[in-house]
Ligand binder design. Structure first.
Ligand SMILES: O=C(O)CCC(=O)N[C@@H](CCC(=O)O)C(=O)O
Ligand SMILES: [Zn+2]
Length: 352
């Protein structure tokens, strides 16, 4: 990225919707705590743009859309590459340099954590969905924001015209650790779900060649949209966490192109057999108490492999040892609060 979003430069065109800020990113950083009154505008091609709230903007074409797309990022504030990519797509839509052929709701999830350059400020927002926010301290900003995000997404889907036959949600993240598989998607658990070929094609086009299939319902944003809103949803892990301005955006060309084609309403080319490999969650690791011990090395990358019998964690007389010939770890994080997910163990799933 050439400009630092924290210091809008005078040489950069100010986008009319976000004035006096350069763009949605600049506006979101500057207005984390402001109440925003919805603003409405119509582009020359007839696309309706509604700037709903800080970090939330909706585009609706004046042609018959067949898909409602939710594209979110910054549910974790320090995962900056997807924010930079999505910000540029919004700029191009407003400048009418990107075709809008489908309904799209863009979300920058956590403005406070974006400003703090942290994963979260008070509480991990990606454990608050599916109504879980109701069980938390309702005075916390992230708790209130999760409630609002659910409402914006529910309203967006509820307002869709009859021409829409598909609901999609791509929740864009980057991971804390390096990964043996550079990009991967998490497919939330919904009973009897089946990955549609069109979504396999999307993942392959985005250079996301690994799909991790959850085996039980979760409280993540993508779980909310799939379980409660009947969308095809994914958490997309697109690379590694870096500060604003430090991302090599060329590494994100795949997702940039795939999102732009979806927004334009183009059909993506069919992927070849085996373009996306599946992994199934076989054990969810939970940090169970202060005495809980974790035996995964701090330097282990996502998708590191462990042989049968390897001790992953132990807490008193409870433990988990690898049960399959080989299992792989993702999201190992021993520093989560007690009761939260500290990683996932996976086994290969050859049925995708
Ligand atoms: O790298 C890590 O440890 C975490 C990266 C991240 O934020 N992952 C998401 C995955 C959500 C899902 O399971 O769908 C998260 O932990 O919230
Ligand atoms: Zn994340």
């Amino acid at each position: 990225m050439t400009d630092n979003p924290l210091q809008p430069s005078n040489t950069v065109k100010i986008n009319f919707m976000f004035s006096p800020h350069k763009d949605m990113l600049g506006h979101t950083l500057a207005n984390a705590d402001s109440e925003h009154k919805a603003e409405h505008s119509i582009l020359s091609a007839g696309t309706e743009v509604t700037f709903l709230d800080t970090g939330i903007i909706k585009f609706e074409p004046n042609t018959a859309a067949t898909q409602s797309l939710v594209i979110s990022c910054a549910i974790h504030g320090n995962e900056t590459a997807p924010i930079e990519i999505v910000n540029q797509i919004i700029n191009d839509l407003l400048a009418e340099e990107q075709k809008c052929g489908q309904r799209v709701l863009f979300i920058f999830g956590n403005p406070w954590a974006m400003n703090a350059a942290e994963r979260f400020v008070d509480i991990n927002m990606n454990r608050l969905f599916c109504g879980h926010w109701q069980t938390q301290d309702l005075s916390l900003k992230e708790v209130k924001r999760a409630a609002k995000l659910e409402a914006y997404v529910a309203n967006f889907f509820a307002e869709e015209p009859v021409t829409v036959t598909e609901r999609l949600h791509y929740d864009c993240h980057t991971a804390i650790r390096d990964s043996t598989r550079t990009r991967f998607a998490v497919y939330p658990f919904v009973a009897e779900r089946k990955l549609p070929n069109s979504e396999k094609d999307f993942l392959a086009h985005a250079q996301i060649n690994t799909l991790l299939l959850q085996q039980k319902p979760a409280n993540t944003f993508s779980s909310f949209s799939s379980i409660k809103q009947n969308a095809q949803s994914f958490t997309l892990e697109l690379g590694k966490v870096q500060p604003f301005g430090s991302n090599n955006l060329a590494d994100f060309n795949g997702i940039d192109k795939a999102l732009r084609k979806r927004i334009a309403g183009e059909t993506l080319p069919s992927s070849v057999q085996g373009a996306v490999e599946g992994f199934e969650v076989c054990h969810e690791i939970e940090r169970t108490s202060v005495d809980w011990q974790f035996f995964i090395d701090d330097s282990a990358t996502n998708f590191s492999a462990y042989p049968e019998g390897f001790m992953v964690w132990q807490d008193g007389d409870k433990s988990y040892q690898v049960e399959n010939a080989e299992e792989y770890i993702v999201f190992p994080n021993p520093n989560v609060p007690i009761g939260q997910r500290a990683g996932l163990m996976l086994k290969k799933d050859n049925n995708l």
